[in-house]
Design a protein around this ligand. Structure first.
Ligand code: ATP
Ligand code: MG
Length: 586
């Protein structure tokens, strides 16, 4: 790879990074010590996410600090201080009590990024019930399936989503006892079989004392993105907050006056761990934008809200790249000091584009719904190797392993060896199971390791490099080819906006590499361009790894969280059934 290391200069250190010395902090870190950064419930009554996120700040000098600044689609701005959030989440917790919703019961929320979603999440934690977010663009069938898999007791949604998506399937969700509706513009609703959320909230008391919370009490049920198959419901417990808090501090470098914007929707785990929990436990201001992606509007938000730390995703970055760096430079983004990305491999081209457009690189980090929080990251203080996911967080032991036929685990310790990325279990935000799927959960562990299902390699300096999903890796003429490497080269070509690569069965080579690309504005598919791209890739990758075929698509199929669904490209190519498409962007 021709990419040069991005060396962090002293300019990056005007604010000393929390993880100022990776080596020494990593070496001396313990989770017990990290737990001491949190307060815990009084009289040793345990650890509750909402206490750390809200009450601890609201009960002190921080009560009037803005916790959430909400930017509505129609231009409305609403600020919620820690004190106000305490009042509102207490009311929601009291409302759950009045309804008889118990510790461990599931409270689902189906809503866009509106304040009620955040209030319900935190109020649910206070009641020690289980919060389960659903992405608001789901259709009735994925909603029904998830409500039933999670045996929902309560559903909070808007009147409009209820009428469009839930009313028709209501009879098919037998476990559901209570439906709380949010009216248009918070107008009262009166739909049979439901209750009006704000009416009940107003009647509820604003005082609530969180009951004893075992750190192992279930707090969250989070469905995975469904990139590789049927989504799984990952279970997380209250003590996950120790990892949320610590990773916010070290991987996202939160400092007390930060204004942080996580662009992810809470329907996906990033939007919960970092869109709700981590910024609040760290006592900073979190921006919540109700609107969807729009490059220019996003730059305006960064400018007007004086965002200091920004956490977004590769798909959005690639879309911004389409519009060019010139547009970014029209905005005054001098407050912005740290850019991070997650969700998919971040092509080196995109890391470097950050420097061109924002004057600083994007910091890639890696984690999964199952890990609950960031596991491997590029830090504010650490040089970046573009294309690498970075190094493990303090408290996280990561390795490259091979699972033998017999089911034993071999450690691959030579730099550059490719294998499955594995993590040593034991960090607080590790999932505790897949809801009602114990066997699927058991299969994730072997030889004392959690196997992530991702392939990666590690270099001499301990940086990890993503190769591909285990399911997506291509076996061609005795080589193992990671789609990410091929895709990253293709998008270096000036005409290519996005690329998705699959293995296509071949009688001689076993599989050959086939690439699907979408083009940047101003470029049209043509035979000439196809040949040019084939030659471009061959020159960089060599004949063994370069694609043999390239097809043009207007856009690539993606999950609603923006991940390229290679399994769908493959199924379509081979004329096979498409499998679970509930999370497909549509
Ligand atoms: P499913 O498990 O249902 O197939 P999913 O794995 O996409 O869906 P998530 O938990 O949302 O569901 O995504 C985690 C996965 O996303 C990781 O296992 C990895 O494959 C990919 N990923 C996340 N961040 C990165 C990154 N920085 N680099 C490369 N891949 C990443
Ligand atoms: Mg997964």
């Amino acid at each position: 790879m021709p990419w040069t290391t991005i060396v962090k200069s002293s300019r990056d250190r005007e604010i000393v990074p929390n993880l100022h010395d990776y080596g020494s902090i990593h070496a001396s870190f313990t989770w017990e010590q990290a737990r001491q950064d949190l307060e815990g419930l009084r009289d040793n009554q345990g650890l509750n996410i909402a206490h750390e996120a809200i009450d601890r700040h609201a009960n002190g000098a921080h009560a009037s600090h803005v916790a959430i600044r909400w930017l509505g689609k129609n231009g409305t701005i609403e600020d919620y201080s820690y004190g106000q959030l305490q009042d509102l989440t207490n009311r929601f917790a009291n409302l759950l009590q009045q309804l008889g919703v118990a510790r461990g019961d599931r409270v689902f929320v189906l809503a866009g990024r509106i304040p009620e979603l955040y209030i319900a999440a935190l109020g649910t934690f206070k009641n020690r019930s289980v919060f389960c977010p659903l992405f608001s663009a789901f259709g009735p069938e994925p909603i029904r399936a998830r409500l039933n898999i999670g045996q929902a007791n309560v559903l909070v949604t808007t009147a409009s989503l209820y009428q469009r998506k839930v009313a028709g399937i209501r009879a098919a969700i037998p476990n559901l006892q209570h439906i709380l509706l949010i009216g248009e513009d918070r107008q009262r609703t009166a739909i049979a079989g439901t209750q009006d959320l704000w009416t009940r909230m107003q009647q509820a008391s604003p005082s609530f004392a969180i009951g004893p919370t075992d750190p192992e009490d279930i707090a969250l049920l989070h469905f995975t993105s469904g990139t590789t198959g049927t989504p799984k419901g990952a279970i997380h417990v209250h003590q996950a907050v120790v990892a949320h808090h610590m990773t916010g501090k070290y991987a996202l470098d939160f400092h007390k006056d930060d204004v942080f914007w996580c662009t992810a929707d809470p329907g996906w785990v990033t939007g919960t761990s970092y869109g709700i929990i981590a910024p609040l436990t760290n006592g900073i201001t979190s921006i919540v934008d109700e609107g969807d992606f729009d490059a220019e509007r996003w730059y305006r938000i960064l400018q007007d809200e004086r965002v200091t730390v920004w956490y977004t995703a590769p798909t959005a970055i690639r879309m911004m790249m389409k519009g060019g760096a010139g547009l970014v430079r029209k905005f005054n983004l001098r407050h912005l000091r740290f850019l991070a990305s997650v969700g998919e491999p971040l092509n080196p081209e995109a890391v470097v584009w950050g420097q061109e457009a924002f004057g600083q690189p994007f910091h890639d980090n890696w984690w999964q719904t199952e890990t609950g929080g960031i596991m491997i990251a590029n830090y504010a203080s650490m040089d970046i190797q573009p294309g690498s996911m970075g190094r493990p967080l303090p408290g996280i032991e990561a390795a490259i392993v091979h699972k033998t036929e017999a089911g034993t685990i071999e450690l691959l310790e030579n730099p550059g060896e490719q294998g499955e990325l594995a993590l040593r279990p034991g960090w607080p935000s590790m999932f505790r199971g897949y809801w009602n799927e114990p066997e699927r959960y058991q299969k994730c562990f072997a030889g004392g390791w959690y196997l992530t299902g991702d392939l990666a390699k590690k270099d001499e300096q301990g940086y990890f490099w993503f190769v591909g999903r285990a399911d997506d890796v291509i076996k061609s003429s005795g080589h193992l080819i990671g789609p990410f490497e091929v895709e990253s080269v293709l998008i270096e070509h000036k005409a290519v906006a996005e690329a998705g690569v699959i293995g296509k069965p071949d009688p001689v080579a076993m599989e050959v590499v086939k690439a699907f690309v979408s083009l940047k504005d101003g470029y049209e598919p043509s035979e000439e361009l196809r040949r040019e791209l084939l030659g471009f890739a061959r020159a960089r990758l060599g004949a063994a790894v370069a694609p043999k075929e390239i097809a043009f698509l207007p856009t690539l199929p993606k999950t609603r969280s923006g991940k390229i669904m290679r399994r769908l490209l493959k199924a379509r190519e081979l004329g096979l059934p498409e499998g679970d498409t509930s999370t497909l962007e549509g």
